[in-house]
Ligand binder design. Sequence first.
Ligand code: PAF
Length: 284
Amino acid sequence: MQTVTEISALRERLGDSRPIAFVPTMGNLHAGHIDLVRVAREAVGKNGIVVVSIFVNRLQFGPAEDFASYPRTLDADLAQCDAAGVDIVFAPSEVELFPTPQTLSVEPSQIQHVLDGAMRPGHFRGVATIVLKLLNIVQPAVAVFGKKDFQQCLVISELVEQLNLPIRLLLAETIRDADGLALSSRNGYLSADERREASRLNRVLRVVVEALQGGRRDFIALEDEAMAQLSRHGWQVDYVSVRRGKDLAAANPTDAGLVVLAAARLGKTRLIDNLEVTLDAPSA
Ligand code: PAF
């Protein structure tokens, strides 16, 4: 495995080697990221090149968010990438990616303003901008993202489609701990007590999914029940929301492809999760 910090060195190293599968990350890697590497390797085979980027992107953090304290664990990340069979880690500095202030940005559609976008103004603009920069630098055939960040997956799908990027997007399933908690770099912020409580987020989502599968379509009541359940156990809830899976529009009782998304804070740690659900089409 090679670690490269400069764009020119990366381009030189990649040369004509193809196909490339790319996994963008902000580091502090866990089993969820390593599963994205597995998906990337499967996509390009043993003769392809798997590139992982590690870059904590300040463009996607709000002024009151955890950019400064976001865990930076490069040595451990490199060891994990090496063990997972990554070919190249691209770990640029800020100056390398932003030699001048980033004045130009990618503006996603209205999808950037709902749910997490409403809670974190500018977040998805920052994500789309850095992802486009990274895709231009690496020029992969395949790029892999995790569905834990469901809204991010939709923003990036839109980016690839609308800007005609010649890239196949692979969206990988969320990897969870045994108690259902979705793996996330931010789980490391949780105290032992909070970690025990954290699995409730997924349990609450499963209750909503089961209710939908059981025929309930009173979405607002379902959301309120789920939020009340979390609040009763000390969570500060940003949202629990039942949405249409393909575009996060408000769910309609006749929609078949839905997603239930949640974001809530336990102490200082903000966690997100989601579950997709496919319902039977209503009988005519
Ligand atoms: O999902 C992430 O880790 C980040 O949002 C990404 C895609 C690497 C962009 O910084």
